[in-house]
Design a protein around this ligand. Structure first.
Ligand SMILES: Nc1nc2c(ncn2[C@@H]2O[C@H](COP(=O)(O)OP(=O)(O)OP(=O)(O)O)[C@@H](O)[C@H]2O)c(=O)[nH]1
Length: 436
């Protein structure tokens, strides 16, 4: 029961505003978290990876079109046929419905019918944007960073120390962090004293160039090595940062690139996460390996990799449960997942993609530090840069760690996961007249 309090997502302001007792129905996450049947976390983690159990209860939930495509690429003699056994419990329709915030279909009482029932499109599986989709600037202009700089610029500041003080305050307020801010402002100060700038606009243009230069080294797109059969992408991060959503968006992206793909529903703690991933899988015609809630995440990953190898899949994306970077037992579990994958492929996972919520602020730095120590992060996705994110943490992350930022999440739709672009990002935060 303690888990219910420890792992429950932070209340949103809307929740907090609700009068006590106003909640008539608990969400599926709350019910699942309140009554976990999972063994105590400390019992399941930190042990050396035991040989994962046979995958007798694993299931791949393929959507019809994907099955044909995957079948076509299957080698003549698969080394194992661990999936499609159909012995796993299907995720109940009401769980999927709860995850998607829709009414369950009536036929859901029959698991077979439920499995075949079409899933209504929702915000979680949003339609592609209409033509003329919004760009970076449109999505990021609400950020504290963009607001401070548009305010500063519209005042037509003079080229003096006050301007530098204002820039310093704007950068700190936008979560750029003290060390990155000091580096930027002191460099501008030196150049101002050396009379390098004709006016304030020239100084701001130099700031733009410095910001782009800070991000350029980490703007490294994810490269899928097609020789790795499959390329294993393990997603990690704290609770609610957008891991499962990001996997859905990546699935759509990879599917559009015609990459044979499989998903592993390794977030076995939050019941809705499995359903959420299966919904994404069905929508995009991508098979999903799942064992249901409370299964051993390492075992799900192992089964999925075995299945992906047998089917000649090009990319396997494994979800993991959100965990706080301060929960040492759960952090050790990530190491176990990695070791178990390496029993099948010494090079796996080929990418450990950490998803970071852009609204987190400077706390993102300690999150990354701990996750990197536990599992060796090789790439980042910074989500929720639309909304209330201040934007500046991206610079702090880049300066402190130099770990590639693969994607930026600037909205909830699939196409809102953008390949990280240093110039597009900086220009979205600064007044348009400064842009290149
Ligand atoms: N505005 C916005 N919302 C996002 C973005 N990425 C994810 N979200 C939302 O963030 C919320 C949490 O996303 P999930 O994918 O469930 O997060 P998770 O990390 O899998 O959660 P846990 O399983 O609890 O760890 C959902 O409402 C998503 O729609 C983004 O780039 N922008």
């Amino acid at each position: 029961m303690f888990d219910f309090f420890r792992r429950k997502k932070a209340q949103t302001p809307t929740d907090a505003a609700k009068p006590e007792g106003a909640q008539e129905r608990y969400s599926i996450e709350e019910l699942a978290a309140a009554f976990p049947s999972r063994e105590a976390e400390s019992d399941t983690v930190g042990n050396d990876a035991a040989e994962p159990r046979a995958n007798v209860d694993a299931a791949v939930v393929p959507a019809a079109p994907a099955t044909h495509e995957i079948e076509a690429t299957r080698p003549p003699e698969p080394v194992a046929e661990p999936v499609l056994a159909g012995v796993a419990e299907p995720v109940p329709a009401e769980v999927i419905a709860a995850a998607l915030d829709v009414e369950p279909v009536t036929a859901a009482a029959d698991p077979d019918i439920a499995a075949a029932a079409p899933i209504a499109p929702t915000h979680a599986v949003a339609e592609p944007a209409a033509p003329g989709k919004p760009g970076w600037r449109e999505r990021l202009r609400g950020s504290a960073f963009a607001r401070s700089f548009s305010g500063l610029f519209s005042r037509h500041p003079r080229l003096d120390d006050d301007l530098l003080d204002e820039i310093e305050t704007a950068l700190i307020t936008a979560d750029v962090g003290v060390s990155a801010t000091t580096q930027l402002v002191e460099s501008l100060r030196r150049r101002m004293k050396a009379r390098e700038f004709a006016d304030a606009t020239a100084l701001l243009a130099a700031l733009r160039a410095d910001l782009v230069a800070m991000l350029t080294p980490v703007a490294q797109p994810l490269h899928i090595d097609t020789n790795a059969k499959p390329f294993v992408l393990l997603t990690v991060g704290v609770n609610g940062v957008g891991k499962t959503t990001t996997i859905g968006k990546l699935a759509k992206r990879f599917k559009d690139e015609n990459r044979p793909l499989m998903l592993a529903a390794g977030d076995t703690f939050r019941a809705a996460a499995v359903a959420q991933l299966q919904a994404w899988g069905e929508r995009n015609g991508v098979p999903v390996v799942a064992q249901g809630q409370n299964a051993d995440a390492a075992s799900v990953a192992f089964d999925a990799l075995q299945a992906a190898k047998a089917r000649g899949t090009q990319v396997l994306i494994a979800d993991t449960a959100g965990r706080l970077h301060t929960q040492q037992g759960l952090m050790a579990e990530l190491g176990k997942i990695k070791r178990v994958l390496q029993k099948l492929d010494a090079a796996a996972p080929h990418e450990v993609l950490m998803v970071i919520d852009g609204t987190t602020g400077q706390n993102a730095l300690s999150q990354l530090r701990q996750f990197h120590a536990a599992v060796g992060v090789t790439g980042l996705v910074v989500t929720k840069l639309d909304g209330t994110a201040k934007g500046g943490v991206v610079f702090a992350l880049a300066r402190e760690f130099g770990i590639p930022i693969r994607y930026a999440g600037i909205g909830e739709r699939p196409e809102d996961l953008r390949v990280f672009d240093a110039e597009a990002f900086v220009d979205a935060l600064l007044p348009e007249s400064l842009g290149a």
